[in-house]
Design a protein around this ligand. Structure first.
Ligand code: NAD
Length: 794
């Protein structure tokens, strides 16, 4: 039925895309529902996108499909904090300001934050646009009309808003944002405009966000009655997200000041929406009428004349079509893991009281994730400052999505942190998440944190409690712990974690597998643990029940295999360097072999962090103790190859410096051991920076998240806050950690800042051809180590 209009849309769309002129855009709130569609469309139009989002209501899942694109950068930032002079924000031509909670559930949960983002956040985004001479668009809302007395609503209607009502935090934040945008346009000369968005729907809405369409779709798919407020005669005009994005970008390109309504003029009663959703899903569970919330608007429909006349824009997707696409997307999400922000699950029943002992990288994420699964969690740690930060909902280290999860758990009262071991009493299950570092001067694992945690915990355990080990330990530890706790009637399960820093939240809520190691006769403890992970199991996560030793080995064996893959690729790089081959191409060819696969075959500076290096050493040491050292003797070589990566990188930088490091100024981009983490333990990047400094170079290191920790761990090195300051006057620029924002660097912008345009890419993450085209001499570890011809000038 919609074919004629669809073919017209496609042609128009192609023309619009061809005329689109913005080269680089910032989208605040780009990991949210609307924002992620905006980012997608901007990339399709050839615009580089910097998505700035604190992930408070959005999710990296929404933009996961964009993150492989070099033109896309995700900066996890709160826009309420002023933008720093980040290189990724240079040359911005368009700022689309969408950051704000948008659904009643979200803004009522974060009322003060909603006002902050509408005021200080809008101010910071406006300042960014002003400093860059960029076009600015504020995503305002039809809520500025409140419960309107005029119908349909035209832009010159002032609205009917209760400034102290429950919705006021959102409505007034947007009204203030509009006033601020107007002031910046009038008094500060910013090319700023305002759009007022009416109800929009489509894929990537969250089923639990309280907005009418996703709520109905979720309820219908779950076979529940649809909850309709009041008698359902109140109206909404609903616009499919693709149409809205088209209108928003047309508005951006038009230079129009607004305010301009963007929305569909097809007005539907809420009851009709419910009936259509039920029909589209095939649900016969009916509707359930509930009380109308205070200040719920009775009628909503834009007068869309201005958008039609100024932009030639109107919503085109039919309600039937848009609904079908939305339902299809929600159905596909039914496979998504539970607890994920995009999934439609509720807490498991009944919630359990659990404790998490040790709240570092592993424990903080585990505690917050268990709270997300609906459990009542107390986190115990000896570090009072860490506990204080966590209890206030602040992540004491950088890990994507963690801050939002902590705030959610703490606000909901399901997540507490303490230094007092007595507080764990009454929790039936206790997760051991303490660190197991390498013993100084030895490869052996140091278990004194584990023993100290057990000492603190034991007096508060009750008969029938279960202690669940998550820490990575030498095989045999679980049996020892079980022996110790058996007299107290406490069982022990070893349930190793497999999470990767930088992906720890999603690895916890959406793991590849769960492994439970139980002691002889304790097999029924697996069912106790099932109750904790019920939503994950229901989502189809495989679970393997085995003995203690096998569970302990599952973790170290996985790490050993991954480390071996990395070092294999880097070993091949050494051979390639000797033979004149291209190790990156070789790894790419190996990756196509389905028996091998491409994961962990990256050629470059090697692995680091708080786990892999010390875990494989401890594994080899433990195997030797057990008399099986020869079986894993190759792990020593894996370690040596990994260490040589830093030497080879240092040699390459020396070559780029003209044969000696002495007196050379070297900018090192990256300090964290990998992107999306602020962990600098055994960081290859910092290891390389130190080698360069020891060789006589004046080294300046920068990193988007790890600067403070890097400075604390290697105070002898120089540091700079942003890329531009780091590279100023440099003889060589070294990419050492492949953060998205470094991948997106514009070599032409950096070129005038350096003394000599020499690049060394130790991660094979940059487009060398683009750097060379911008006048750089570019080398990469394992791929293009030999000096490469500099392009002809001009
Ligand atoms: N979807 C609609 O029907 C609708 C209607 C009217 C207006 N709007 C406006 O459109 C915008 C996007 O709405 P949405 O539906 O995509 O909501 P959403 O909650 O899915 O997206 C908002 C995004 O902003 C981010 N964010 C919130 N506070 C932030 C902060 N302080 N710093 C950085 N990022 C922050 C969130 O993490 C999220 O990714 C909002 O400004 C909203 O007011 C939406």
């Amino acid at each position: 039925m919609a074919d004629a209009s669809e073919s017209r849309t496609t042609t128009d769309h192609d023309e619009v895309r061809a005329r689109w002129g913005y080269r680089r855009a910032v989208v605040t709130g780009g990991a949210g529902f609307v924002g992620s569609h905006v980012c997608e469309e901007l990339l399709a139009r050839g615009t580089e996108v910097v998505c700035v989002d604190d992930l408070s209501t959005g999710s990296t899942d929404n933009v996961a499909h964009l993150r492989g694109d070099r033109r896309f950068t995700l900066l996890e930032r709160d826009v309420v904090r002023p933008f720093d002079d980040d290189a990724a924000l240079a040359d911005v031509e368009l700022v689309l300001h969408l950051a704000s909670p948008a659904s009643p559930v979200d803004y009522l949960r974060r009322p003060v934050e909603t006002l902050d983002v509408g005021s200080a956040g809008t101010r910071n985004a406006l300042e960014l646009a002003r400093s860059r001479g960029a076009r600015f668009v504020l995503a305002s809302t039809s809520e500025v009309y409140g419960d309107p007395e005029v119908h349909p609503q035209r832009e010159d209607y002032w609205g009917h808003v209760n400034p102290v009502g429950p919705r006021s935090v959102y409505d007034e934040a947007k009204r203030f944002g509009e006033a601020l945008t107007t002031a910046f346009r009038g008094a500060r000369g910013v090319d700023a405009g305002i759009v007022r968005i009416f109800n929009t729907y489509g894929p990537r809405m969250r089923g639990g966000d309280g907005r009418v369409i996703p709520t109905f779709v979720r309820q219908a798919l779950a076979g529940e009655p649809l909850t309709v407020f009041g008698d359902g005669t109140q109206t909404r005009s609903v616009c499919y997200v693709d149409d809205l994005v088209e209108g928003l970008l047309a508005f951006a390109a038009s230079g129009h000041p607004g305010p301009m309504n963007l929305g569909s003029t097809q007005e539907l009663t809420v009851l009709r929406i419910a009936e259509d959703v039920a029909a589209a899903v095939g649900s016969d569970a009916g509707v359930r009428l509930v009380d109308l919330p205070q200040d719920d608007p009775r009628r909503r429909r834009p007068d869309a004349t201005l958008a039609r006349e100024a932009l030639g824009w109107a919503a085109r997707t039919s309600w039937a079509d848009g609904l079908a696409r939305t339902v299809e997307w929600f159905r596909a999400q039914d496979d998504a893991a539970p607890g994920a922000p995009g999934s439609a699950d509720g807490p498991p029943s009944p919630p359990l009281r659990v404790s998490v002992v040790g709240c570092g990288y592993l424990g903080a994420v585990h505690a917050a994730s268990l709270a997300r699964l609906g459990h009542d969690v107390v986190g115990l740690d000896v570090d009072a400052r860490r506990v204080e930060a966590l209890a206030a909902g602040r992540a004491p280290f950088y890990e994507p999505e963690l801050a939002a999860l902590l705030t959610e758990g703490v606000d909901a009262g399901r997540l507490r942190f303490t230094t007092d071991p007595a507080q764990v009493a009454g929790a039936g299950m206790h997760f051991l998440c303490v660190g197991t570092p390498q013993r100084p001067g030895s490869d052996v694992a140091d278990l004194h944190h584990l023993d100290a945690a057990l000492d603190a915990l034991t007096p508060h355990l009750r008969r029938g409690d279960v202690v669940v080990g998550k820490s990575t330990v030498p095989v045999g530890t679980a049996a020892r712990v079980a022996e110790r706790l058996r007299p107290a009637g406490v069982g022990v399960v070893w349930n190793p974690e497999f999470l990767r820093e930088g992906h720890a939240v999603s690895d916890t809520l959406r793991p590849d597998r769960l492994v439970y190691g139980t002691g002889p006769g304790d097999e029924e403890l697996a069912e106790r643990l099932d109750d904790v992970y019920r939503p994950l199991l229901e989502a189809g996560v495989p679970r393997e029940v085995t003995d203690h030793a096998t569970a302990e080995l599952a973790k170290v064996a996985a790490n050993a295999f991954l480390a071996t893959k990395v070092s294999f690729a880097n070993g091949m790089a050494e051979v390639c360097a000797a033979a004149g081959g291209d190790a990156v191409a070789l790894a790419g060819i190996l990756a196509l072999d389905r028996r091998i696969g491409g994961a962990y075959l990256g050629v470059g500076l090697g692995f680091g962090g708080g786990c892999l290096p010390k875990d494989i050493r401890a594994f080899a040491a433990r195997a030797e103790e057990l008399g099986a050292g020869e079986a894993v003797g190759f792990l020593r070589e894996v370690d040596r190859i990994n260490d040589r990566c830093r030497d080879r990188a240092a040699a390459l930088v020396t070559t780029a410096c003209g044969g000696t490091l002495v007196g050379a100024r070297v900018a090192v981009l990256g300090a964290a051991f990998k992107p999306d983490s602020d962990d600098v333990r055994s960081s290859p990047a910092l290891g390389l920076a130190s080698r360069l400094a020891e060789g006589g170079a004046r080294v300046v290191v920068t990193d988007p998240q790890a600067l403070a920790l890097a400075q604390a761990s290697r105070p002898e090195l120089g540091y700079a806050v942003g890329v531009q300051d780091a590279v100023r006057g440099a003889d060589v620029v070294v990419l050492a950690t492949e953060w998205d924002e470094y991948r997106a660097l514009d070599p032409a912008v950096l070129r005038p800042l350096v003394r000599r345009a020499e690049l060394v890419d130790t991660r094979n993450a940059l487009d060398l051809a683009a750097w060379r085209a911008a006048g750089w001499s570019a080398r990469a570890l394992g791929r293009a180590e030999a000096a490469l011809p500099q392009p002809a000038a001009g």
